[in-house]
Ligand binder design. Structure first.
Ligand code: ATP
Ligand code: MG
Length: 329
């Protein structure tokens, strides 16, 4: 089986964007591939979060993956910092990343604009750590949202460079873009993507939001004054709602336009909200159940850490040897 690897940061409850753009697909590919999924807590250190909250969110993210249908019998699930190989490999990757190429990363530009008071070195070298995450497991495919394709390209560049300099070690990973993947935009500013770390709660749907909250957020989603449901570049708000509705119901844009012909945005928003609420309800219920059994979650984490470390250590040792680190005998 081909290897799939992907991660998600414990920076808050997953959004509808994380779900429709990433985690929902992670679930569907579990039988076909050998899947490794991790909670990227090291990456989350690039953003300021209260330590107790970070711990809580890490446990929560782990439970959310399970609640979304990631099955620990099929997939390897672990917390990034539980496997020390990531930090070590990250440093090797840092040392073959160039300042110029890292400066061109749009996520770095976006996030440093958002947090001008904390433009830390980790935020800058984020793509190098991410490259290490992927290369450690010799992943064939990396399912990422459109916001991460530049980082994946960077990972391939580094792997190629490393292989050239030190001999073939790393497999070159490819992006995996499922047909049903969706890029979900903010409900309040439909030209920027929906993000967990967004501080405006009206802009994001959290996958743990309850039905009335979901309906209300969709009701106040930004649209336009045309009152026509159609997918067009100059209608980012309506197009975003259509993307969501299409991803949840499987209907095409044309079918959606036909469905709401002659109806107002009120009906449209209510239908989108209802479809999302129905989709998320079972996840919320499963999550509540899982959080009651902390011992179970912790034992899965221990097991995941152990297996992930065993796999990653092989590649790490090889890479260390090749760059000329004198290994202990
Ligand atoms: P943060 O704001 O902390 O960066 P995030 O919402 O961007 O959080 P990540 O943990 O960075 O989430 O990314 C997890 C996965 O979700 C990645 O595969 C990413 O491509 C995907 N993703 C994130 N936001 C969206 C979105 N709005 N639409 C579709 N996919 C998304
Ligand atoms: Mg992100």
């Amino acid at each position: 089986k081909k290897i799939i690897l992907s991660g998600i940061q414990p920076t808050g409850v997953f959004t509808l964007g994380n779900y429709l753009g990433a985690v929902r697909n992670w679930k569907t590919i579990q039988d076909e591939y050998r899947c490794y999924y991790f909670i990227a807590d090291l990456h989350s250190l690039t953003i300021q979060i209260d330590p107790a909250k970070r711990r809580q969110q890490t446990l929560q993210a782990f439970a959310l993956l399970l609640a979304c249908g990631i099955d620990p019998e099929k997939s390897l699930i672990f917390v990034q910092s539980h496997n020390p190989c990531h930090a070590e490999m990250g440093w090797l990757m840092d040392c073959c990343s160039q300042f110029g190429e890292l400066s061109r990363m749009t996520q770095f530009k976006d996030k440093s604009a958002k947090h001008p008071d904390n433009i830390n070195a980790g935020l800058f070298t984020y793509p190098a750590l991410m490259a290490g995450d992927i290369l450690l497991y010799q992943a064939d495919y990396v399912p990422v949202g459109a916001d991460q394709t530049q980082h994946l390209e960077f990972c391939r560049d580094i792997a190629t460079r490393f292989n050239h300099a030190y001999g073939e070690i790393f497999k070159l990973p490819e992006g995996y873009f499922p047909k049903a993947g969706a890029r979900v935009m903010s409900l309040q500013d439909p030209t920027s993507k929906m993000s967990k770390s967004d501080t405006n709660p009206k802009a994001t749907i959290s996958i743990l939001d309850e039905e009335p909250v979901i309906l209300k957020k969709f009701k106040s989603a930004v649209t336009d004054s045309e009152a026509r449901v159609c997918y067009r570049e100059d209608k980012p708000g309506v197009s975003n709602l259509m993307t969501i509705y299409s991803a949840v119901t499987g209907r095409t844009m044309d079918e959606i336009t036909a469905e709401f012909e002659g109806k107002g945005y009120g009906d449209f928003k209510a239908a989108v909200g209802q479809s999302v609420a129905d989709e998320l309800r079972p996840i919320r219920e499963k999550y509540a159940q899982l959080m009651q059994d902390r011992a179970y979650l912790e034992s899965l984490m221990r097991d995941g850490a152990e297996r992930a470390t065993r796999i990653a250590a092989k590649t790490l040792t090889k890479a260390k040897k090749r760059v000329g680190l004198l290994l202990e005998k």
